[in-house]
Ligand binder design. Structure first.
Ligand code: DP6
Length: 325
């Protein structure tokens, strides 16, 4: 049955304008569009094999067999692929992240992007980029942004058909670096999926959404014009707006630790001092410190000196999800 197998690699991504909250929760159709950069070198590699001898789907992550909700989520995507390809077989999914798990780097984005490509290729389907992005989105919203290359915009749309991501610039367009300051490796208490549902309980969410078109325009323009100061301003504003929504949800979500604030305030001081650097924070305490590529060495050196920073991972703009042999 070797014809029924395929392997794909997809990068993780970091959003400058964030996805937080849904229009259609079940399908991860988001409340607002978002813009991100793929992260070269922080990726998931996934092999999918459809096998008529299996009587259920199987999932192995970093050498460990996973069951329960992790397997259910993977089976949800495989069910979609079985539906569009009229295959009835179950599949074995063997996947690994090349970045340490539990570091708060979004693994669901790279995981479901790689799984979408590997699973469809394994059954012989050649989906175009849009349909692959839609498939990934239905399992994990941000995964749709890891399908196209480089700098990516996820157009929110209104339904399963028109909510997908497109590339706005290739990776070599702008030499940026994401220096991820790891301040905690503990598993987060409330994951993104639950957080998206809570977003609507915040009185600030409506204002965040209403103003998102302006931030998207500013962010897209800053990327296309390689305007670092423009990117820094909109990225930090958008990060603060998302965390304001998190903190004012019921129950409140506070992801920051003291070291999160130590890093973010140091970054602001460095920028005032002339270093091209800014930050953003996802649903966890670790800080994504974004800088021009030429400043990455200096940024890493400074980050490592901040008490509470356990390690720093560095990633450049990454390519699309791709099949590997
Ligand atoms: C804070 O895509 O991880 O990283 O769709 O439930 O899998 P699910 O959520 P997910 O949410 C990402 C949230 C974020 C912001 C972002 O990446 O845009």
């Amino acid at each position: 049955m070797s014809d029924w197998t395929a392997t794909a690699i997809a990068c993780s991504n970091i959003a400058f304008v964030k996805y937080w909250g849904d229009q259609i929760e079940r399908l991860h159709v988001p409340a607002n569009s978002s813009i991100s950069m793929n992260l070269e070198g922080l990726h998931t590699r996934t092999q999918v094999t459809f096998d008529p001898q299996l009587d259920e789907d199987q999932l192995v992550l970093n050498g460990q067999i996973l069951t329960g909700t992790d397997l259910q989520r993977v089976s949800g995507l495989l069910d979609r692929v079985r539906r569009i390809s009229s295959t009835k077989c179950f599949a074995s999914v063997v996947t690994s992240n090349n970045f340490p798990t539990g570091t708060g780097i979004a693994s669901s984005a790279s995981a479901f992007a790689a799984l979408s490509l590997a699973a469809t290729a394994a059954v012989g389907l050649k989906l175009n980029e849009r349909d692959l992005s839609r498939l990934a989105r239905a399992s994990s919203g941000s995964a749709c942004r890891s399908i196209p290359t480089g700098f990516v915009e996820w157009k929110a749309g209104h339904d399963d058909i028109d909510s997908y991501a497109v590339s706005i610039a290739p990776p070599h367009h702008w030499d940026l670096a994401d220096c991820v300051a790891i301040v905690s490796q503990e598993q987060k208490m409330v994951g993104s999926t639950e957080g998206h549902i809570l977003a609507q309980t915040s009185p600030l969410q409506a204002a965040r959404i209403a103003d998102s078109t302006l931030r998207l325009d500013l962010c897209r323009r800053a990327i296309l014009e390689r305007d670092f100061s423009g990117l820094a301003n909109v990225t930090e504003l958008d990060c603060h707006l998302m965390h304001a929504v998190m903190m004012t949800s019921t129950p409140p979500l506070v992801y920051w630790l003291p070291a999160t604030l130590a890093v973010s305030s140091a970054v602001q001081a460095w920028r005032k001092g002339g270093l091209p650097v800014c930050y953003t924070i996802d649903a966890g305490p670790n800080v994504h410190v974004i800088c021009l590529g030429e400043a990455a060495r200096e940024v890493v050196k400074r980050l490592k000196k901040i008490p509470g920073v356990e390690k720093v991972l560095v990633a450049r703009p990454g390519g699309p999800a791709k099949l590997v042999s």
